[in-house]
Design a protein around this ligand. Structure first.
Ligand SMILES: [Zn+2]
Length: 279
C-alpha cells in the first residue's frame, strides 16, 4: 500500500450496499488512513434511501454525504410517489449534498423499450426540476444517451451543475458537459489497458474538469485486482490508485492531483470548506 494522500474526496461510492455490511467500519478506517476524508454515497432506489441515511449517520469519519436519487437502471422499480418522498427528504435532511444518481441509460436493451425510455425521461426531468428548486447539484449516470441528456439539460436551463459519473464519453461531449457546469468523474477504469479513449479524453481536458471517484464496490483499479478471483470488491481505500494513474497521465505530482481534485470536488458539490485537508 502506498503512502497516504490526505485530502481525498471519493465523489461516488455505494458504501451503503451489502458488499460492505460485514466490515464497513474497518473499510472506513482504512479509507481514512489512505487519506479519504469525504465520501459521497449516491442512491439508486427509494427502498434503500433509509439504509443510505443510516450508513451516513453511523460513521463519523470519513464524512459520508448522502446523494439520494432514482437511478435509470432501476427504472422499472420507480413510482411517482418516490419523487414526493425525495422532495420530503430534500426539505428535511440538510446534509443532502446532491441528487444522484440520475440520468438516462440506453445501453441495456431491456431499458430501451418505448415505455421505459419514456419513463426514464420522466424521472430524469422530474429529478432535475427538484434539483433546480432546491438548488442541488446532480450526479449523472449516462450510457449511450449523452446527446439526449445534454439536450434535456439545455432545454430545462439546468444551472446547478454536478458530476457526470464514471466518464466514458468522447471529447466533444466532455466539453459540452463542462460548458454546462459539470465535471467528469474519473475512477479505476483509468488504469485499465482497454481504456485508451478515456485516457485520451482525460489527457485533453483541464484538471478543472475532473473529479475522482471509485464507484465502489464496482470498477476496481487494475493494481487491486486479485488474479483469478473473479469480481473483486472495489473500495474507497483504493482511491489513491486513481490519483497515481492521473498523476502519471497528466505529468503532475500526486500532491498536485490531490489538491486540484479536492478543489474541484468542493466546487462541484459546493462543499463549504476551503481546499485544506480535514485530516
Ligand atoms: Zn454508481
Amino acid at each position: 500500500m502506498s503512502a497516504a494522500l490526505p485530502g481525498l474526496i471519493d465523489t461516488h461510492c455505494h458504501f451503503d450496499v451489502d458488499d460492505f455490511d460485514a466490515d464497513r467500519a474497518e473499510v472506513a478506517a482504512r479509507a481514512l488512513a489512505a487519506g479519504v476524508d469525504t465520501i459521497v454515497i449516491p442512491g439508486y432506489v427509494a427502498e434503500h434511501w433509509p439504509r443510505l441515511f443510516q450508513v451516513c449517520d453511523s460513521i463519523a469519519a470519513p464524512r459520508l454525504l448522502p446523494a439520494p436519487g432514482l437511478h435509470p437502471c432501476y427504472i422499472a422499480r420507480h413510482e411517482p410517489s418516490h419523487l414526493t418522498e425525495l422532495e420530503h427528504l430534500l426539505q428535511t435532511r440538510r446534509d443532502i449534498i446532491a441528487i444522484g444518481e440520475i440520468g438516462l441509460d440506453y445501453f441495456l436493451p431491456e431499458l430501451k423499450t418505448p415505455e421505459l425510455k419514456e419513463k426514464q425521461d420522466f424521472f430524469f426531468r422530474e429529478q432535475l426540476r427538484l434539483a433546480m428548486h432546491y438548488h442541488k447539484p446532480v450526479v449523472l449516470h449516462v450510457r449511450k444517451a449523452h446527446a439526449e441528456v445534454i439536450a434535456i439539460l439545455r432545454e430545462l436551463k439546468f444551472r446547478e451543475g454536478g458530476i457526470v459519473h464514471a466518464w466514458s464519453g468522447g471529447i466533444e461531449e466532455a466539453r459540452q458537459y463542462v460548458k454546462l457546469g459539470f465535471r467528469l468523474g474519473i475512477g479505476g477504469s483509468l488504469t485499465y489497458d482497454q481504456s485508451k479513449r478515456l485516457r485520451a479524453v482525460v489527457c485533453e481536458m483541464p484538471m478543472e474538469a475532473l473529479v475522482l471517484e471509485t464507484d465502489a464496490p464496482d470498477m476496481i483499479p487494475l493494481c487491486h485486482r486479485v488474479p483469478g478471483a473473479g469480481r473483486t470488491r472495489n473500495s474507497p481505500e483504493y482511491l489513491p490508485a486513481v490519483v497515481h494513474a492521473l498523476s502519471e497521465l497528466k505529468g503532475v505530482t500526486v500532491e498536485q492531483v490531490v489538491h486540484d481534485m479536492r478543489q474541484q470536488s468542493c466546487l462541484a458539490l459546493r462543499l463549504p470548506e476551503n481546499i485544506a485537508s480535514l485530516t
